[in-house]
Design a protein around this ligand. Structure first.
Ligand SMILES: [Zn+2]
Length: 394
């Protein structure tokens, strides 16, 4: 367990991270606080990359694996601050909880990681095998795993620890996520003479009905590869007395392990081909949504919205090593999966790096009003991260 002084350190750093508002694309201030902490606490190197990811490194005296702790610095916005009991950027501690946007998701975990690494360096005198990295990552909330690509290219980690909320359980996988766009192209006409045009919305209605009949893919552990319509838009909009010439819908697709861009689009393309044979005037297209966001550094971050799923076996040696170390120190982690998408999509799903999730708090507190983290969980997370370092680096 952490000393009282160390516990105070964790709360102090987490509080400062929470107090710096850091919506996606505006992580500069929180990144500065993190970098200052690294510099003041014995980190050997602190770098900020083009996207604004802040990475601190501590090198052990002996060669060994690189262990990367990943925590995103951005949060979802506070939409109705007046409905919060405590100020959303106050980091008020009350009744054993710290309140504020990002406490659970996930500046609390990030602060705990930084403190744990500093403490590990101090208590070992850096006499350990390998390197510890702590990364504060930008643009996770709408772009999971994209900014993380730049971090893994620099660090080349052997292991990654994702700090998303797990109630101090160990997460060995998650479904991934893709955004699929289906478009239909009709022909505009005055709505007084609709027979002169092709109504793209009627076309889309047929496509939507057919897509609903597609059986979802399934995985014994991760569940169903859900495909759910999330929005629809026609053009022109609003359409005063005009037959719409264009319609676009977005689907959220949950991805299972091993599903690729090709394998996900194939059944949809087949379905559109079949419909086009049945309905001669149908013109439709399916593709992945492409996202572009601006980083606080000014750099653009772009990519298709396709974030793969991943899953490790619970018997993997690195999972068992961490599990044993934690149970020997009084923790009782369950080994399960995340129900949401994380930066693990990149590290494990794309890059095949051994990845585990371990973080304070419950996942259903993320993105909520009066978001909080229990102080006990926060302190526990810092302690657990120290044990992970000992398990993998000694
Ligand atoms: Zn998160």
């Amino acid at each position: 367990m952490l000393t009282e002084e160390k516990q105070r350190d964790v709360l102090e750093l987490c509080g400062r991270l929470i107090q710096a508002e850091s919506y996606s694309g505006n992580e500069k201030a929180v990144g500065g606080i993190l970098a200052d902490y690294f510099r003041a606490h014995g980190f050997d190197e602190v770098t900020v990359d083009g996207y604004g990811n802040v990475i601190g490194c501590i090198r052990g005296s002996r060669p060994g694996p690189r262990v990367l702790f990943d925590g995103h610095m951005d949060t979802v916005p506070v939409t109705e601050p007046e409905k919060w009991t405590d100020p959303p950027f106050g980091a008020v501690i009350r009744d054993g909880r710290m309140y504020g946007r990002g406490t659970s998701d996930m500046k609390g975990a990030l602060g705990a990681m930084a403190c744990a690494a500093a403490e590990f360096a101090k208590s070992t005198g850096k006499d350990f095998a390998g390197e510890v990295y702590v990364a504060g990552v930008v643009h996770e909330e709408c772009f999971e795993g994209v900014a993380a690509r730049s971090i893994s290219a620099q660090v080349k980690p052997d292991y990654v620890v994702i700090g998303e909320a797990s109630e101090l359980n160990l997460k060995i996988g998650q479904r991934g996520r893709a955004e699929i766009v289906v478009e239909t192209f009709g022909k505009a006409a005055h709505s007084a003479n609709p027979e002169k045009g092709v109504n793209a919305v009627y076309q889309m209605a047929k496509v939507i009905e057919a897509i609903r009949e597609l059986p979802p893919t399934e995985h014994p552990v991760l569940g169903k590869g859900i495909l759910e319509l999330t929005d629809i838009k026609s053009n022109p909009y609003p359409g005063a007395s005009v037959v719409p010439e264009y319609c676009r819908v977005t689907y959220d697709r949950r991805l299972l392990v091993g599903e690729t861009e090709e394998s996900v689009l194939k059944p949809l393309q087949k379905l559109l081909n079949r419909l086009s044979e049945e309905i001669p005037e149908l013109r439709a297209k399916v593709s992945f949504a492409v996202g572009e966001e601006t980083c606080y550094t000014g750099e653009k971050i772009t990519g298709e919205r396709f974030f793969p799923g991943w899953l490790f076996d619970r018997e993997e040696p690195f999972v068992q090593k961490i599990y044993q170390e934690l149970t020997q120190h009084g923790y009782t982690p369950e080994i399960t999966q995340y129900n949401f998408c994380t930066n693990g999509s990149h590290y494990a799903g794309e890059a095949g790096i051994r990845t585990i999730g371990l973080g304070p708090s419950r996942e259903n507190l993320a993105h909520t009003q009066n978001e909080y983290v229990e102080v006990e969980q926060l302190i526990g997370a810092a302690d657990c991260y120290g044990h992970v370092m000992r398990a993998l680096l000694q």
